[in-house]
Design a protein around this ligand. Structure first.
Ligand SMILES: O=C(O)COP(=O)(O)O
Ligand SMILES: [Mg+2]
Length: 220
């Protein structure tokens, strides 16, 4: 049995607008001005706590524990229902259907907290594809720590795995967990493709089933 493990933000979905909305509401509650969408987008990838840290630094404020906790709670409160401006990248459903039909188990390994990750995947009809999950606020170190990937691996009856993601965090996770990495080039990546160790790179989801067959072949 083989499995494909997916990152969420920037790989399966583009939640930029909803994340920016939550950040704007959070800053508003603090009496602070909004940050540009591209700026907030550049803060996504290392989990919500890190995104809040970046927002605090961008406003030139002291990162006190009290301020951070208050802002985290406010962001998270909006995050749970911020699903209406989020889109699925082209070809994702077709690729997931194909992988399922080919006999792959599918899993999600995200740094997004559990409640908003479950909410947005349920809203978009993606949740039904996944047999195992790891979240950014789970009781294990988050990506790029291999523990996040191992958390899903331990839930799956598979022996071969492919890790699919869009960022340096995902490339690092795959490297740390010793899994082949397929890089989706149309996500939130900040570095040139050559800087991210990868077994394969794709810009069209139609190519993913073939990549999976090559790097995580199903047993005969
Ligand atoms: O919430 C984040 O910071 C990133 O989430 P991701 O791991 O699904 O890209
Ligand atoms: Mg990502």
């Amino acid at each position: 049995m083989s499995a494909v493990i997916f990152d969420l933000d920037g790989t399966l979905i583009d939640a930029t607008k909803d994340i920016h909305l939550c950040a704007t509401r959070m800053l508003e509650a603090e009496g602070l001005p909004p940050l540009p969408e591209e700026t907030v987008k550049s803060f996504v990838g290392n989990g919500l706590a890190q995104l809040i840290n970046h927002c605090i630094a961008a406003q030139g404020l002291e990162p006190t524990r009290e301020r951070h906790d208050r802002m985290y709670a406010e962001f998270h409160r909006h995050y749970e229902t911020a699903v209406h401006n989020t889109t699925v990248y082209p070809g994702v459903f077709e690729a997931l259907d194909r992988l399922k039909a080919d006999g792959y188990r599918l899993a999600l390994c995200t740094n997004k907290p559990e409640t908003p990750a479950r909410a947005v995947t349920a809203h978009l009809g993606l949740d039904r594809y996944f047999d195992a999950w790891a979240f950014g606020d789970g009781p294990y170190p988050r990506k790029p720590d291999a523990a996040a990937a191992r958390h899903v691996i331990d839930q799956l009856p598979a022996r071969r795995f492919l890790f699919v993601g869009d960022s340096a965090v995902d490339a690092g996770t795959a490297r740390n967990a010793k899994l082949p990495f397929a890089l989706y080039s149309e996500g939130f990546r900040k570095e040139p493709i050559e800087q991210l160790t990868h077994a394969a790179v794709f810009s069209d989801y139609a190519d993913l089933p073939g990549i999976a067959a090559k790097f995580a072949p199903r047993p005969e």
